[in-house]
Ligand binder design. Sequence first.
Ligand SMILES: [Zn+2]
Length: 322
Amino acid sequence: MEKLKRNKFYIGIDVGATRIKLGLLDSNLKIIKKIELETKNYPTKESLILALKDKISFLKNNFKIKAIGIGVPGLVNPHKGLIYYLVNIPGWKNVYLKKILEGFLNIPVVIDNDVNLMALAELHSGRAKGKKNVICLTLGTGVGGGLILEGKLYRGASFSAGEIGHIPLNEEGPKCNCGGIACLERYVGNRYIVERAKEEIKNKTFPSLIPELIKNDFSKLDPEILSFALKKNDPLAKKIWEETGRKIGIALSGVVNLLNPEMIIIGGGVSGVGKFLFETIRKTIKERAMSVPAKKVKVVSAKLKNNAGIIGAGVLAKEGIR
Ligand SMILES: [Zn+2]
């Protein structure tokens, strides 16, 4: 232990709606130790902060920690260490988490949005290594985005840049949680994919084996079932995933025309639909974006997967806000 005390370590923390992951990283940002907590066990802001203090203190007692980076799913002012709000974790409004933790721990704390940190992680040791202009997109309950422009994370005038999920696709359409209308997320967020499939099954627009797979219990319908059905060449599942890929591709065509990235990294999503979804996205970008930037951009899947949040938080802790 004494020897370890002389080395410098970082802590990277990835706060998610389902899990909280803490990682101890060495000076090269290799993960030495990992602690995972279930978010639902900390239903209040106070209990979650207490848990963070507790786990960090444990690591601090055994290792010399130089700085702590934290990624959260929401809007953050990294300069102030202020969390404006978190998506899907209630009770977090205008929390100066940096100040709270630094006051208690006496270690520098840096906080940023989780998808921004995924982008930093991919830039540090993932697919974007050595690249300068890269867009990151995460698919799941929500649809998030992060922008690396000219080798740096681009945060925007009030730190909300990169919300690809909230690019409007139509003038009119369904209302989105963000207050907008017809946002990309409103069509390709997990919940909405399932909703659309449900409707199509009920309207019997296509033949499908899905009702049999879920034994007509629609509460069992989820993206995994739709992915399984796709593998079985189910026409309805194919239609749903094709529409999903097309919507993502159209939104990304706008991004490609605007920013001319060399790479788009897509993370999250549903295992098993990857190849089909990526092909549809690539095809749509080729058809819909301007030809020069469309030819340049590569659409690839994320490399770091489950550890991206911890590594990105480690990069932030080590390099600070740039
Ligand atoms: Zn929206």
